[in-house]
Design a protein around this ligand. Structure first.
Ligand SMILES: C[S@@+](CC[C@H](N)C(=O)[O-])C[C@H]1O[C@@H](n2cnc3c(N)ncnc32)[C@H](O)[C@@H]1O
Length: 278
């Protein structure tokens, strides 16, 4: 998939209109100037980072840094090393602008198979990236986080969830289908119980959890995530582009329609120190 966040302004209006129509929702929002692309916003990110307690002893690995918002927050904590694995080349190039020195790197690759050495990390995290994977890929990415971590290492996730835990499977599938159609990316959120079970099945023990409403495109959250002026600029850009306006309003309508069923969840889990085979 080609990332369009770096599309030069010189591209023709017609070309950008047609690509906007097909573009994955998160890249469309990024092109309109939105930087925070995770469902629980910066508040759940801060919760996750606080519970991960990244410090100068840590070897941190981020899966799917996107535009590098969390990368910057992590780097402020001065970990001993920081490695990001991002599938999209243009996004990876963007993240590299924030990196300094040989112990900070962003590689283009897949979180399913990072190529990094076993037990080389003390902290691994990823946001808004598991939801878009199928069941097998979700399992492989979580298993890769487990493989990378030293015993006692921490794994943080921040994803979309479905509520309540006993939401009938048919309703879960309908919401996933509708959302995938809307954002042009396969979206398969899990219930809180399913996220926990998935992490536990990989061998993790869960230490912290919190949730937030799915308010990605609500004005209050936009301002809290982006700051007043960036939020205003985002709104202005969206309103000025008919295609972006159609898509952003349609995504927001879908989130609002399912507001009682959709939420954001952040979990922090630990790889046990006693060795067990998974
Ligand atoms: C919705 S964006 C989230 C970006 C960022 N984590 C955030 O929360 O703002 C999803 C990101 O996941 C990346 N991605 C998806 N699947 C991936 C995989 N298997 N390995 C690495 N990156 C992946 C995409 O390229 C994109 O940057």
């Amino acid at each position: 998939m080609n990332c369009t966040i770096c599309t030069p302004a010189s591209k023709t209006h017609a070309a950008s209109l047609s690509s906007m129509d097909r573009m994955p929702g998160h890249w469309l929002l990024a092109q309109m100037g939105k930087r925070v692309l995770r469902p629980g916003g910066i508040e759940l990110t801060r919760f996750m980072l606080e519970r991960l307690a990244v410090c100068s002893d840590d070897a941190a690995v981020e899966f799917a840094p996107g535009l590098g918002v969390t990368a910057r927050l992590t780097l402020e904590r001065r970990p001993a090393s920081y490695t990001a694995i991002e599938r999209d080349e243009a996004a990876a190039a963007n993240v590299r602008r924030y990196l300094n020195g040989p112990r900070q790197q962003c590689r283009v690759g897949s979180a399913e198979q990072t190529g990094l050495p076993e037990q080389s990390a003390t902290v691994v995290y990823g946001e808004a990236m598991l939801t878009m994977q199928g069941p097998e890929q979700k399992r492989r990415i979580i298993a890769e986080a487990f493989r990378l971590l030293k015993p006692g290492g921490r794994y943080g996730v921040h994803e979309m969830s479905l509520t309540p835990d006993d939401l009938p499977i048919q309703e879960q599938e309908e919401i996933s289908r509708e959302m995938s159609r809307e954002i042009h990316v396969g979206a398969r959120p899990l219930t809180r119980r399913e996220w926990r079970e998935l992490l536990e099945a990989a061998g993790f023990s869960i230490e912290a959890e919190t949730s937030a409403p799915m308010h990605l495109l609500e004005p209050g959250r936009l301002i809290r995530d982006e700051g007043f002026f960036r939020a205003l600029r985002f709104a202005f850009k969206v309103v000025r582009s008919p295609e972006a306006r159609r898509r952003v309003f349609s995504m927001r309508r879908m989130f609002r329609k399912h507001r009682r069923r959709l939420a954001a969840i952040a979990l922090v889990a630990v790889k046990p120190t006693a060795s067990r085979n998974y």
